[in-house]
Design a protein. Sequence first.
Length: 399
Amino acid sequence: MLPPGKWWREGTVVAAAFVVCLLGGLLHVDDTVAPPLTPTYLIAAVSSAMLLARHRAPVATTMATTACGMLVAPMGLLLTPLIVAPVVISAYSLAVRGERRVTVAVLLPSAVLLVASTAFFEADFSWADTSRLVTVAASLLVAAVFGRSAWHRRAYLAVVEERARRAEESRDSEARRKVAEERVRIARELHDLVAHQITLANAQAAVAAHFFDTRPEQTRTSLAELVKTTRHALDELRATVGLLRQPDDTSEPTDPAPGLSQVPTLLNAFRRAGLEVSMHEDGTARPLPPAVDLTAYRIIQEALTNVTKHAATGSAQVHLAWNRDHVTVTVTDDGGRTPQDRPPGYGLIGMRERATAVGGTLTAGARAEGGFLVSAHLPLPAAENAARRTDGATNSEGR
């Protein structure tokens, strides 16, 4: 069922076609102008009413209106472009909705039949009659041309709208992907920060509680370290949450991201919390890209935090091995894991994500000789590119 607005539009088209047909009937065969004859009303009413089906069946509508137009001459009426207005309108609708081959196959015979039927019933032809019939045939073809132009325009607009829709969906998908990546990154930062600082605070509080009665000085020292740890945790938490501020909000400065240069301070914090940590380096240390530097620091931080939380030992070892194109960060301990009464966290998952994000790999698991091992291989793209440039220069000189 057509909506009210469409019924109104269709009714207007049918009424306009009926009126134009009647106007065409004003001109009679003897070249006089007089009120339309009764057959004119009949042809105008039938052919105009057929236009209601032109959207659902454009081919049938064109053929039916053409048949009505072929009755003009036998009924003693003068064939003009006005009296065949329904045929012209149906030809336009056929061109808009039908294929080009179908349009040509229907309209060419329709034009020929209209002209031929008139020539059969009219004996004497003048140049005026010939031009009139040519105009009738041409009116159908012109309507078809306008219809095809409208079809091409609609097709072009549909393609443009589809491209715009796909581009909008692509932008939305990319925005959602970036938001998800940012959420994961911030969640990883918060996890590393909270897990590390809370673990240190818990260890320092345990030391203070242990020496509360026997060694008051040690208790005061542990409590002072606890205050520093919690203050540092609040500062880092504030800086991390500050990433969620608006881009134009620069009211607070942000501290540089930590890296391997802060590892000694990190190890001292663990030592004050009761964990004996040793560190060894092999090879020549080199500056790291900021992302790799932060990743190495966070992996050491999270691995030592897991030792403090889960390992039944009081010692751990950190080892850095510098190679030509990568640095290997290894954290080991020699203690077993304590039973867990809580669901597993995201420490190892976060470390693997960090390593993968910078193009590295991370392995973690129990050691055959006892204890646990976390080992990350992180690339050194700057060193690799420099080595390639050096090799390229050497090869050029050799040639």
